[in-house]
Design a binder for this molecule. Structure first.
Ligand code: SAM
Length: 184
């Protein structure tokens, strides 16, 4: 069994969008408790999977984990240093819910933007990026900014997540430029 119901969302996203292939190097942001890591490591075979979260992630065979805050520049630098180049960057990050939708939504967009910037620093040309975000303000701007960096961006809601109706996934395929070298 999987550690989270979220695992089924990644399975559905992969089936719809063809994200994970044998040999891929995958970085998963907001990875605890690790359901997506379990699905990703099954699907990339000889590839590599790295998970990052504020919270500790119980070990998964073949998966490297980093404990850190993605809003912290040091964490982002550490990931780039440790991973080098990635084929796929995933983010299922979500803020701690306050119950006030406009605040939770704004935090979600902020986390999604941090994930997007990290993806731009990590992805090889042609690589893919998936990010969860709550619908609402500033989502169109984020999507427009992503469209400038990828061949195309699609907004989707896997069946497994339809109950939590405000969340969508942006699927960005075909990263257009080479990753930025750290320290230059
Ligand atoms: N995909 C995961 C799975 O299948 O197990 C579930 C992820 S859960 C919906 C969202 C995660 O985002 C939480 O574990 C939370 O700690 C993490 N998160 C939220 N803000 C973060 C941040 N600033 N940096 C790193 N992780 C963060």
């Amino acid at each position: 069994g999987y550690r989270s119901r979220a695992a089924y969302k990644l399975q559905q996203l992969d089936e719809m969008e063809d994200l994970l292939s044998d040999g891929d190097r995958v970085v998963d942001l907001g990875a605890a408790p690790g359901g997506w890591l379990q699905v990703a490591t099954e699907r990339v075979g000889t590839g590599a999977v790295v998970g990052v979260d504020l919270q500790r992630i119980d070990p998964i065979e073949g998966v490297e984990t980093i404990k850190g805050d993605m809003t912290d520049e040091q964490t982002r630098e550490e990931i780039v240093e440790r991973v080098g180049e990635a084929d796929v960057v995933l983010s299922d990050m979500a803020p701690n819910m306050t119950g006030e939708y406009s605040l939770d939504q704004a935090r979600s967009v902020h986390l999604a933007r941090q994930a997007f910037e990290t993806a731009c620093a990590l992805l090889r040309p042609g690589g893919d990026f998936v990010v969860k975000v709550f619908e609402g303000r500033d989502l169109d701007t984020l999507r427009d900014d992503m469209e400038a960096e990828f061949e195309y961006v699609r907004t989707t809601s896997p069946a497994a997540s339809r109950k939590e109706s405000s969340e969508v996934y942006l699927i960005a395929k075909g990263f257009l430029t080479a990753p930025v070298e750290e320290g230059e």
